[in-house]
Design a protein around this ligand. Sequence first.
Ligand code: SF4
Length: 162
Amino acid sequence: MPAGIFYFSLLEQMVKAEKKMSEEEIEELIRKNFKMKGLIIADVKIIKMNDNTLKTGSSKLVPAALTASGAINEKWTNGVTQEEFKILQDYIYKTIKDIGKEILSGKIDLKPYNKKGNTPCTYCKYHAICGFNSKQNDNCYNYIDQKTKDEILMKMSTGDVS
Ligand code: SF4
């Protein structure tokens, strides 16, 4: 049973400071930057198995927090139920399969995402090769609009992700 899905940067962490810091303070900041992002199964037992030092407050390791009474702090926890996680897994497996089939059938459209004006083209080094130009008729962005977690899960469970 998955406990969640997490990631963190493997890049060497740099600490910026305006005043002299002790080695412990620097280490603390570096550790903070290595806190994992992602999605955890919203279950107190699972959260504590991921961070066995967590009693209350925010975890320093995973995206979860507990209230003073030991319950999940919804506001500071990026969590889903096991059922919701299964919906995500099924949807991702299906999407990967569909993308694989499309590539094998020769469908390799230029369709970078566009989320509130942010696109991967800003950082991409291959623009000279792909030649994407949103002003050309057959080049268009895959616009991603803001949805709540519940809306996304509902769409994934019904297969209606547009
Ligand atoms: S520049 Fe081209 S290859 Fe790079 S992200 Fe944009 S569309 Fe994709």
